[in-house]
Design a protein around this ligand. Structure first.
Ligand code: G3H
Ligand code: ZN
Length: 269
């Protein structure tokens, strides 16, 4: 069933747990993710980047695909549709109007003042509707650590529901060791008193993820690990079945590997 991310997070936040955001790319990925999360009876946030929304022919089409699949696959777990890393307010409005249940506004490469201004513009557009807003102080990239005072200022002046802050996490494949700043995470949590999102969680091991959750992370974003799992499954399938050219079968070679990866992630929390 489609729900507000606020509802999903409240449960995770109050119980010191975390909920996963898995990013989607096409019809098959939506199906595989929904089926596996439903099998494991775990709620899920479907993350949609702006480029993924374009690839899937727009927000309305994404919303329709997700809601139709919820129905046709008899999905009973709580599912939300989240616009991930939005960097354009007009795009956010389109996603909201299409039915998305939450928006992440990523103005982290702008000044904190601009970030506050645009986040408030988004909150005004939402105008009390049950749509969660995620903000970011970062940016999330190599060598970036969020400024604690910026986090405090941002949350004080733009009433986001959840904050993404850079603590040494990066998107994509980590080059070398993962080095997260747990002290910074702890200070941010103590000072903002709101749930925190861990972006770039692919490649972060179980003890580190668990430590993040114990220090206030309530949402964990995974994309790259799913892509790698699916890609390896497809490559193996093609290598073992060189005569198969039906696109449904070729895409499907990645299904089991993707589902295994999701199952493993879900088993942690
Ligand atoms: O917003 C999406 C995530 O932060 C995914 O990051 O691709 O490194 O798992 P990842
Ligand atoms: Zn991210």
């Amino acid at each position: 069933m489609l729900v507000s991310m606020k509802e999903q997070l409240k449960d995770a936040y109050l119980n010191g747990k975390a909920i996963y955001q898995f990013n989607i790319n096409n019809l098959e990925w939506i199906k595989y993710i929904l089926e596996e999360c439903n099998n494991q009876s775990k709620p899920v946030i479907l993350g949609v980047s702006s480029s993924a929304a374009k690839y899937m022919c727009g927000y309305k089409n994404v919303y329709s695909m997700v809601t139709n699949l919820l129905d046709s696959l008899n999905i009973t777990i709580p599912v939300s549709i989240h616009f991930d890393h939005a960097s354009d307010i007009e795009e956010c409005k389109k996603a909201i109007d299409a039915g998305f249940t939450s928006i992440m506004l990523d103005y982290s490469s702008h000044s904190v003042e601009e970030n506050i201004k645009y986040t408030n513009e988004l909150i005004n557009y939402i105008n009390g509707r049950d749509i969660l807003v995620e903000g970011e102080i970062g940016p999330i990239k190599e060598g970036s650590h969020a400024d604690l005072n910026d986090c405090i200022k941002y949350v004080k002046n733009a009433n986001v529901d959840i904050l993404a802050a850079s603590i040494g996490n990066i998107h994509g494949i980590y080059q070398g060791e993962v080095n997260l700043d747990f002290d910074l995470l702890k200070s941010i949590k103590e000072n903002i008193n709101k749930p925190i999102v861990l972006h770039g969680a692919s490649g972060i091991n179980e003890p580190m993820l668990k430590k993040c959750v114990s220090l206030g992370v309530s949402k964990i974003n995974i994309n790259t690990d799913l892509q790698l799992a699916w890609y390896n499954g497809v490559r193996k399938g093609i290598a073992e079945n060189p005569n198969v050219y039906d696109p449904r079968k070729v895409i499907g070679f990645g299904e089991q590997a993707l589902k295994e990866c999701i199952k493993e992630k879900l088993s942690l929390f």
